[in-house]
Design a protein around this ligand. Structure first.
Ligand SMILES: [Zn+2]
Length: 296
């Protein structure tokens, strides 16, 4: 398989912007209720890319997806912050703007920023520190798409601090975009352009979204954190410890996997290692991994 950074689906060019890989947690910690014996049974295709069996750690990638669609440049998620000096802001990886520059994209080129949800590892590159010491949108010409449900869920005025909900992350990565008037807040669904559409996919967070791509008979679903590991294709009922409503996340996961199989849509999650995206098939309620995409 020849591996590429950019693949074309229909009229849309999709580029993987890999930031870094990490292996922070055991499967039992990452996925409460998962069966360790199943990971051993699936070792032939989970290891080493998606699970380090020697250290017993789940491997995840932090990455963004860059779409060139209908004459526009669309960025899906922005990774972790890299330039924050404040405590309570998770940070890591190379600066997103450097990774984009390596792909030939300047900050001014980005027209639309899609945040699948408002967790720290999906909004960290939304803003940069200006010389005046204030945080400002990193993409000066872009409209940023936030779901109303996530904006309300993460709003510091109603927020009780708990894992994954941080007033500091909101202040650094969301508030400056609102202040600059660059946010478009959507609910129910949102048409980005003739190829791209945002839809609710709640559970991981209340306003979690997926971005569907349909162009020239080709389909893909950018599903964010609907799933974190290909192991969940086999056991969609198992949610991650980062899911705010694990039962709702599991229902959404099953629905999205069935849809991806039925529509023959490539599944593009936020955190898959390996080549990052995969086809799925199904027999009845059971979903199976198919061919992996050729991303490098
Ligand atoms: Zn995430």
């Amino acid at each position: 398989m020849r591996r590429m950074d950019t693949i074309e689906w229909g009229g849309v060019q999709v580029t993987r912007i890999g930031l870094f890989e990490n292996a922070p947690l055991t499967p039992a910690h990452f996925f409460p209720g998962t069966d360790p014996a199943q990971w051993q049974a699936d070792r032939s295709w989970l290891a080493p890319e998606h699970w380090d069996p020697h250290a017993d750690r789940v491997r995840i990638a932090v990455q963004a997806w860059l779409l060139r669609s209908a004459g526009r440049t669309v960025l899906v998620d922005t990774g972790l912050a890299t330039d924050s000096a404040r405590t309570g802001v998770p940070a890591g990886g190379p600066p997103l703007l450097d990774a984009l520059a390596a792909a030939g994209v300047a900050a001014e080129d980005v027209d639309t920023v899609v945040c699948t949800h408002l967790h720290a590892d999906h909004v960290g590159g939304n803003t940069v520190l200006a010389p005046c010491g204030e945080r400002v949108p990193a993409f000066p010409r872009a409209r940023y798409l936030f779901s109303r449900a996530d904006l309300e869920f993460f709003d510091p005025r109603t927020l009780t601090e708990q894992p994954g909900r941080s007033a500091v992350v909101y202040a650094e990565s969301v508030e400056p975009v609102l202040r600059a008037g660059q946010a478009d807040v959507w609910e129910g669904g949102h048409v980005v352009d003739e190829n791209l559409r945002l839809e609710p996919a709640p559970g991981h967070t209340p306003g979690h979204a997926l971005l569907s791509l349909a162009s020239g008979g080709e389909r893909a679903l950018f599903v964010g954190d609907v799933l974190h590991s290909p192991a969940q294709v086999r056991t969609p009922e198992v949610s991650s410890c980062f899911c705010h409503d694990p039962a709702a996340a599991a229902r959404t996961r099953a629905r999205v996997l069935h849809r991806a199989a039925d529509e023959k849509a490539l599944l593009v999650p936020a955190h898959f290692c390996g080549t990052g995206a995969v086809e799925v098939t199904r027999r009845g309620a059971h979903v199976f991994l198919g061919r992996w995409a050729a991303f490098g």
